[in-house]
Design a protein around this ligand. Structure first.
Ligand SMILES: [Zn+2]
Length: 447
């Protein structure tokens, strides 16, 4: 009988030590995994500046240090391949808008590209504008290898009518990838592994009804009486700061989220795809910006902030456009990037590709508004080329984003399992204590 009691005590001590060791190990792995995950948690903390409150300028690059060196998003674009960059694209440049392209001319270019390179180019109408013009999207990939397992990347231009250089950049990129497939190894690899989708002119009415008819300062769509700013009409945080309910304002957001056929077309197209990364080209500054646009009080949470800052900085190094969170440029709500990121977790950027600040000093600035937003004709190609490498880099990096996302998801799994194991350990030890070390039990053992 006594032997049995002693054996019981030994067993108890053994169990206790085992469980204590287990719990210590669990806690240790938990701490390690949390530390791995939260290396840039500081970025998601609120700066608490508020929309209307006093705002202090936070240079994003100080924060970027926290998120940097976390992901390897390098991109080798061999200098010999760089030489292949066409001095000019293959499009005619003497139409109704000179070297810039009208809506109809753009449609013709896309149709030509489709018919001349049917094995790479697919042309689809994704909806009608307010005045029933077709909004066209172009899908470019090696069609013969199918779409299965390929990464999807989205490029849009001319949300704003007067920023027509954005359409030219997209036309240039499309031309470049199509004519270099099978010639340039980087391009061939990109089109074998990815699907590049281009929407060169999100706002065909603004271009055709105003820009082409001698109103070079027109920004919005054609909804009477003064148009709606398409890039304030997306649903996420619609109606917040940086948009207006005044119909005559340049940032008039419309009567409701997605009230405009143009934003609905983009919405439906984006929802029916699985884009990893997107870039919306604009002009009026020289920046690469990422969500959020609606607030300065929040950053995207990790790991996404790491993607935005790492990729954004790489684009900055390739283009010379300064990278920062959109709201530090100015607050803007109901924008494409905020909605794309929030609703589909797309790593969505806006690239502000050009501005001529010298026109701002002119007393009759309004007369030079086109020149503010768009380079002179002989600099169109230079501006397009400036954006080429970054556009290709974004296509190339999509696979790496997906791989990093999976790795991050594994870390979260590790963290969660460690937490559960710790909890089980604590409960087990508590049970042992209660069962074998209560006074009653001790008395029993002494018998
Ligand atoms: Zn714009």
């Amino acid at each position: 009988m006594k032997n049995r009691k002693i054996w019981k005590v030994h067993l108890t001590v053994f169990l206790f030590l085992t469980l204590t060791t287990l719990i210590l190990l669990c806690s240790f792995s938990f701490i390690v995994s949390v530390r791995k995950i939260s290396s840039n948690h500081a970025l998601s903390l609120s700066e608490d500046m508020g929309e209307g409150g006093k705002t202090s300028w936070v240079p994003d690059h100080d924060n970027d240090v926290l998120g940097s060196k976390k992901f390897d998003f390098s991109f080798e674009f061999l200098s010999s391949e760089r030489m292949v960059i066409a001095p000019d694209s293959h499009y005619p440049r003497a139409g109704d808008l000179g070297a810039y392209h009208t809506y109809e001319e753009t449609v013709d270019i896309l149709k030509d590209l489709n018919s001349s390179h049917a094995e790479l180019v697919e042309l689809v109408g994704i909806g009608l504008s307010y005045n029933n013009r077709t909004i066209l999207a172009v899908r470019i990939t090696n069609e013969s290898s199918g779409l299965e397992g390929k990464f999807e990347i989205l490029y849009t231009g001319a949300h704003h009518a007067r920023e027509l250089i954005s359409t030219e950049i997209i036309l240039y990129i499309m031309d470049y990838v199509v004519f270099n497939y099978g010639v340039n190894a980087t391009i061939t690899e990109i089109l074998n592994n990815s699907v590049l989708c281009f929407i060169p002119m999100v706002n065909p009415d603004g271009v055709a009804d105003y820009i082409e008819k001698g109103e070079p300062g027109w920004r919005k769509n054609s909804r009477p009486p003064y148009g709606v700013d398409i890039n304030r009409n997306y649903a996420y945080q619609w109606g917040q700061a940086g948009s207006s309910d005044d119909e005559s304002s340049d940032i008039y957001r419309g009567t409701a989220p997605f009230s405009e056929p143009e934003t609905r077309a983009i919405r439906d197209f984006v929802l029916s795809h699985n884009f990893v990364i997107a870039v919306n080209y604009h002009s009026g500054a020289e920046l690469v910006i990422y969500p959020w646009g609606y607030t300065r009080s929040l950053y995207p949470p990790p790991p996404d902030i790491g993607f935005f800052t790492e990729i954004g900085k790489t684009i900055e190094s390739m283009t010379g456009y300064y990278c920062q969170q959109a709201s530090y440029f100015y607050l803007a709500s109901g924008t494409a990037i905020d909605w794309m990121y929030h609703n589909k977790s797309i790593i969505a950027f806006t690239i502000e590709a050009y501005c001529d600040k010298s026109t701002l000093l002119l007393p009759d600035f309004e007369a030079y508004i086109w020149d503010y937003f768009n380079p002179p004709e002989d600099l169109i190609n230079t501006t397009c080329q400036r954006n080429l490498e970054a556009a290709l880099y974004m296509a190339n990096v999509a696979g790496e984003i997906r791989a990093s996302e999976e790795k991050e998801a594994e870390k979260v799994w590790y963290k969660e399992t460690s937490t559960i194991a710790s909890i089980i350990g604590v409960i087990a030890v508590a049970v042992v204590i209660v069962t074998y070390f209560t006074p009653q039990r001790r008395a029993e053992l002494k018998k």
